[in-house]
Design a protein around this ligand. Structure first.
Ligand code: FES
Ligand SMILES: [Fe+2]
Length: 419
């Protein structure tokens, strides 16, 4: 393993522990798990290695390009699995809503007057206008085109503007189209196929307690910005390895983290990664009682297919959701700053700095590199990429995609190519 620090390179390493890393969310079993990750990370650091897959893996480049493979991903995976389209904290009040486009499908989530979450297609049943955008509060969803209004508890058609002039029709047939929706562990999960049974407990499995331990339902959302990106797999791969830190992020992420070392655990389709913050060097040889994983381990809790909680043990986190648009070569990421403490003017500036730092790093360093990857794969169709043993999280992502397509396969669809 190499850290890629040239001898003459004047690298300013961050060894101070910022105050906001301190966090007491780690208790009981969650703390034990975090300590276990830190123990494994210190062994990897001492041995100058990282968690590894059994072998390298080749991935056919056509899987990033082929519209038929993409259609299989959309129809057999994205339209069938629970998608984490909102944090509970984004609909904090009764009578609130959040609209989002997921895989090209306009969705609105609501919290009704009783506090129950619902999801519907964000499409008016009169003539198809989008009902709302962003987040907000309302007692009903009122269409901006001709002012029909729909209830917050499932989209029943409640009001028709100029009804006496409109003529006869069955209003009960003109409610919004409901989508399966469940709120769990501070996340609102939605399935894009109406009527499909969504078994959230079996989808999360052992990952459920991991998500629960982050106590997302106690958090607040400071900011949310949309970030365009290339193909969803090319984009998400960057979240799942530390191999690129030194080369891609020499003056940002790499000054804070060791590169090319991590601990990895797969939980069904989901992944938990732990990176070594440079502050770990100061405690690695000291007594375990003095360790605090929230200071020294950069943890990524990654829920398939693209929901990344970075720094989930801390007072402040980034929570990203990357999904494809309706096109094979486009993704869109919702990039959020989420905090555990109150948001007031004393922290406003700090949070703005954090928001801009992460957004700039992710977009200017990761995503612009991945736009290059998109051009690269377009020029090398028919060949393969190779994932290293040290890129175990990326290997796991592709194995999971292939497995889910196999499990949900229907005749007529194109399977991803394999080597
Ligand atoms: S399209 Fe919504 S009221 Fe006409
Ligand atoms: Fe990165």
């Amino acid at each position: 393993m190499t850290e890629l620090i040239a001898e003459d390179q004047d690298l300013e390493l961050e060894r101070e522990v910022p105050q906001w890393l301190r966090c007491d969310v780690l208790d009981g079993e969650a703390r034990e798990q975090a300590m276990g990750m830190m123990r494994r990370l210190t062994v990897n650091l001492r041995n100058q290695t990282t968690d590894q897959a059994d072998s390298t893996m080749e991935e056919p480049i056509d899987n990033y390009l082929d519209p038929d493979v993409f259609k299989s991903e959309v129809d057999l995976i994205f339209k069938r699995i629970p998608l984490p389209l909102a944090l509970s904290a984004e609909l904090p009040e009764k009578n609130s809503f959040k609209a989002i486009e997921a895989v090209g499908v306009p969705v609105v989530m609501t919290r009704d007057a009783k506090g129950v979450a619902h999801a519907m297609l964000n499409v008016c049943r009169h003539r198809g206008a989008l009902l709302c955008e962003g987040r907000g509060s309302a007692r009903a969803l009122t269409c901006p085109y001709h002012a029909w209004s729909f209830s917050m508890d499932g989209g029943e058609l409640k009001g028709v503007y100029g009804e006496s002039t409109f003529g006869e029709f069955d209003k009960s047939e003109r409610g919004l189209i409901e989508l399966p929706c469940v709120e769990k562990h501070g996340v609102i999960f939605v399935c894009l196929t109406p009527g499909l049974v969504m078994d959230i407990d079996s989808w999360l499995g052992e990952w459920g307690p991991q998500l629960a331990s982050l106590k997302l339902d106690e958090c607040h959302v400071f900011s949310s910005r949309m970030m365009p990106g290339p193909n969803w797999k090319a984009t998400i791969e960057g979240y799942l390895e530390a191999y690129h830190f030194a080369a891609t992020h020499p003056n940002t992420v790499f000054t804070v983290n060791h590169g090319n070392t991590m601990v990895f655990d797969g939980f069904g389709p989901h992944e938990r990664l732990g990176f070594a913050l440079r502050t770990i060097d100061d405690v690695v040889d000291g007594p375990e009682e003095a360790w605090d994983p929230s200071h020294h381990v950069g943890a990524i809790f990654w829920t398939f297919p693209g929901f990344s909680i970075a720094g989930g043990w801390r007072q402040r986190m980034t929570v990203a959701l990357c999904l494809p648009t309706g096109k094979v070569d486009e993704s869109i990421t919702e990039h959020r700053i989420v905090v555990r403490h109150a948001i007031d003017e004393t922290v406003q500036h700090d949070l703005e700095v954090m928001r801009d730092w992460f957004y700039d790093v992710v977009y200017n360093e990761d995503y612009l590199t991945q736009y290059g990857v998109q051009k690269g794969v377009a020029a090398t169709g028919g060949h393969t990429q190779v994932f290293g043993r040290n890129e175990i999280g990326v290997q796991y992502l592709h194995q999971t995609i292939n497995r889910l397509i196999d499990e949900n396969y229907q005749e007529g669809y194109t399977k991803p190519r394999v080597v």
